[in-house]
Design a protein. Structure first.
Ligand SMILES: [Fe+2]
Ligand SMILES: [Fe+2]
Length: 308
């Protein structure tokens, strides 16, 4: 930690509640990890992460009073949802109390709660670090987002904004329009890219080229954050399974979609290839019947290759 960060941290440790301070450190170090992963400025990421909730030392009412006194303009939805106010207030305090002049850092603090369409890398890093830092209690989909974020930060932003919108709506709570804008922007970008359909098409063809049997595509977008499509197929022996696996990996790699994770292989009985947006499962015949993924994922939508 630099001397500047140490000073800020010391001050925050005195004014924030213990849990909030620990969360703050979690966001700082998670932001640093993401900055390393994506080649962002580590010092800026740590500073923004450390200060993102600095406005939370005040109660919600006091935050609003403070903003009024300092003429910090608040939107209607911020007045209706005081939990949002600390973001804008935090950026003000970062500038005036903690003497941070860098507008990248101040923007990352301003948008850490709601996000915004087309965020900068630093904004995305702090937004998602706030969502996934290690002290966050388990919520559905968190484990997957924690994993996805290190390979596809836009997808992680889309998933976390989507789950925030769902969580608030299901709880009968109001959703800030900016959060909805963030979600819609990243959702649309993903659909526009049509990336997962192209990947599924390439995987299907690669399996088909190696005479894979009964190749199924299951659309799991509506039921899981794991991926958009599962592609399931089987070979009749180990060497065919291995040939199918190699061809899928090679064809997707050529198209610019590198493999993110592989599980299984030696025996060739079940190989899982995780490409982020799609997951390919290649079995031998016996194990395909035994594991029966189609039954486990029956709530997904069986999709014909012609529809992709
Ligand atoms: Fe916050
Ligand atoms: Fe936070």
């Amino acid at each position: 930690m630099t001397e500047e960060l140490r000073k800020i941290s010391k001050k925050l440790s005195k004014i924030l509640k213990k849990d909030r301070y620990e969360h703050t450190l979690g966001v700082m170090y998670t932001s640093a990890s993401l900055a390393m992963c994506y080649g962002a400025d580590i010092r800026k990421a740590m500073t923004a992460g450390l200060l993102h909730d600095c406005g939370k030392y005040l109660s919600a009412d006091d935050q609003i009073s403070f903003c009024k006194k300092k003429k910090i303009p608040l939107t209607e939805s911020e007045l209706e949802m005081p939990a949002l106010v600390h973001a804008k207030l935090g950026a003000y305090l970062a500038k005036h109390e903690y003497k941070i002049e860098d507008s990248d850092i101040l923007d990352a603090i301003t948008y850490h709660t709601t996000g915004r369409p087309d965020m900068t890398l630093l904004e995305k890093i702090v937004y998602i670090a706030d969502y996934i830092e290690p002290n966050r209690k388990e919520i559905p989909g968190l484990a997957q987002i924690r994993k996805i974020v290190f390979t596809d930060i836009d997808r992680a932003v889309c998933l976390s904004a989507g789950s925030t919108v769902r969580y608030l709506k299901n709880g009968g709570k109001a959703v800030d329009p900016m959060t909805i804008n963030t979600y819609n922007f990243y959702k649309k970008r993903r659909i526009d890219m049509n990336q997962s359909k192209e990947m599924a098409r390439i995987a299907w063809n690669a399996l088909n080229d190696k005479k894979g049997e009964d190749i199924k595509i299951i659309d799991i977008t509506g039921i899981s954050v794991l991926a958009d499509y599962f592609i399931i197929a089987n070979g009749t022996n180990d060497s065919q399974v291995n040939a199918m696996v190699d061809n899928v990996e090679e064809e997707l790699h050529k198209a610019g979609y590198p493999l993110k994770q592989r599980e299984g292989r030696a025996s060739g009985s079940w190989v899982l290839l995780d490409f982020g947006d799609i997951i390919v499962h290649v079995f031998d015949k016996e194990n395909r019947l035994f594991y029966d993924l189609e039954r486990i994922w029956k709530d997904g939508k069986i999709t014909d290759i012609a529809d992709l």
